[in-house]
Design a protein around this ligand. Structure first.
Ligand SMILES: Cc1cc2nc3c(=O)[nH]c(=O)nc-3n(C[C@H](O)[C@H](O)[C@H](O)COP(=O)(O)O)c2cc1C
Length: 185
């Protein structure tokens, strides 16, 4: 029997009732049987500072994030859109994790992305996120694109994704992510 596929799902929103975090929790419930999705947020990650990195070394929260990334077979990243791009907290975490070139835990890692937002469903943020991840030589699953528009109408009061179209898109994205992990093993 092959080992289960471990996916680290990173939310780009710190908001308690975040639609992006909720989308990842729904993804965890929709995952194929042999895939285990752990959802995390980026609370407590300090601002990137090259002096910290070169002096005492990355802070413990950053080390924990890098270890979690390194221990995962794949990443699933959910991004809100802030001013047509990704939130600073997500960019900051990716900046920390990207350090070290080929030694970065992002390097060569398989990843899929999705986003939940307003009228345009994070289209600009996702374009930026792809560009950022490609810079770290990540293996990006590019289909299907999951852009949850009008997010406030797509979830119930408990954060469950109720829209069948997006539930099906997420399932297909997870299947594609699974295939890519198996291919790269
Ligand atoms: C600073 C800021 C900038 C935003 N800029 C955009 C934007 O450019 N495009 C957009 O569709 N929504 C924008 N929004 C709305 C967010 O995408 C929306 O609130 C989303 O639900 C946030 O994600 P979350 O629910 O996961 O926290 C912005 C929100 C904030 C706080």
């Amino acid at each position: 029997m092959t080992a289960a596929i471990r996916v680290l799902a990173i939310s780009g929103s710190l908001r308690r009732d975040s639609f992006n975090t909720a989308a990842l929790r729904s993804a965890a419930a929709l995952a194929p049987e042999d895939m285990k999705i752990e959802v995390i947020t980026l609370h407590g990650i300090p601002n990137f500072d090259a002096d910290l990195e070169e002096g005492p070394g990355p802070p413990p929260a950053v080390e924990r994030l890098k270890e979690a990334i390194a221990g995962a077979d794949a990443l699933l990243i959910a991004t809100p859109e802030y001013n047509r791009s990704i939130p600073g907290v997500l960019k900051n975490a990716l900046d920390w994790a990207s350090r070290g070139g080929g030694a970065s835990p992002l390097w060569g890692k398989t990843a899929a992305i999705l986003g939940a937002g307003g009228r345009f469903g994070t289209v600009s943020a996702q374009a930026h996120l792809r560009q950022i991840l490609q810079r770290s030589h990540m293996r990006l699953v590019d289909r299907p694109e999951v852009m949850i528009d009008q997010a406030a109408d797509r979830f119930d009061d408990r954060g469950g994704l109720t829209d069948e179209r997006f539930r099906s898109q997420i399932q297909r994205l997870l299947d594609a992510l699974r295939e890519e992990v198996v291919r790269s093993r």
